[in-house]
Ligand binder design. Structure first.
Ligand code: 2HA
Ligand code: ZN
Length: 269
């Protein structure tokens, strides 16, 4: 069977990045069973032949009307598919979808009729928001990073920017490479409209947001950069926990050292 990735090296490169990240998520223990989802806006790689491809699914409702997605294409992880499988076989555990002109429905065009992620309405609502904003961001990643989730089981870390400042202070790189910090969203039912709406609101101020007692949702230019933002935050959480396990509360970088970082790296906060 031929793949949509054949003779499309730029598109193949983006999908292969998703597969690489899916492997990291599994190796890190952040993607148990079918946990997590990834969607990427691949519209810029679409050629005339792709636009003419006959759908391999019926027309399905998105569950939301998203006016900025007209004519857009996405690669989406499949619902109930495993990240560890996607890492090896991205086109058997994910699919390419085309948004219909009504902006409220989609069809699958390749390679196989793999039903997209259960979080499709929230992922697509986020992409709609990013396009409306004129953002260059093309990737959204949802995953279950162990130590960051553990922190959300304590009320003190759910206060605005308490976790952000703590995590930034563990190692200079975290502020440099996750410069907008970690937004916090109080617990909401997975896949719910409420959760999608709260996520979009929080993404106005943060690139990575935490769903209390569930996981993170990150956006960036590509999937690798979205992963990196989550990875540096979780690394900081691990340093914090390692210090606590050695029996002391870590000092953290001083406010002056953090300020110095912001100036040197031209950081927004
Ligand atoms: O797709 O992680 O939140 C599995 C999930 C849903
Ligand atoms: Zn989840």
């Amino acid at each position: 069977m031929t793949s949509i990735l054949e003779n499309r090296p730029a598109l193949a490169k983006e999908v292969n990045k998703v597969a690489e990240v899916a492997g990291y998520l599994w190796q890190k223990g952040w993607a148990e069973r079918n946990g997590g989802n990834i969607t990427i806006n691949i519209t810029e790689y679409v050629d005339e032949e792709m636009r003419l491809m006959i759908p391999i699914s019926e027309v399905k409702p998105i569950g939301a009307t998203l006016p900025h997605l007209k004519g857009c294409y996405f690669y989406c992880k499949g619902t109930n598919k495993r990240m560890r499988d996607l890492a090896r076989w991205p086109m058997e555990n994910g699919s390419v979808i085309r948004i219909m002109d009504d902006c409220a429905s989609y069809v699958i065009i390749a390679d196989q009729p793999v039903q997209p992620t259960s979080e499709l309405p929230s992922h697509l609502s986020v992409h709609n928001y990013l396009i409306a904003k004129g953002s260059p961001y093309k990737a959204s990643v949802h995953t279950h990073p162990i130590e960051l989730i553990a922190m959300t089981h304590s009320k003190k870390y759910l206060e605005k920017d308490v976790a952000t400042n703590l995590l930034w202070s563990m190692i200079p790189e975290t502020k440099a490479f996750c410069p907008r910090g970690l937004g916090i969203i109080p617990y909401k039912l997975p896949s719910s409209v409420d959760l999608a709406e709260a996520t979009i609101k929080e993404l106005a101020d943060y690139d990575v947001v935490m769903w209390e007692k569930h996981g993170v949702f990150a956006v960036d230019c590509d999937v690798m950069q979205a992963f990196d933002q989550i990875d540096v935050l979780n690394k900081s959480a691990l340093i914090y926990i390692a210090a606590k396990n050695m029996g002391f509360e870590p000092d953290g970088m001083t406010p002056a050292q953090m300020k110095e970082m912001s100036v040197a790296f031209h950081l927004p906060k």
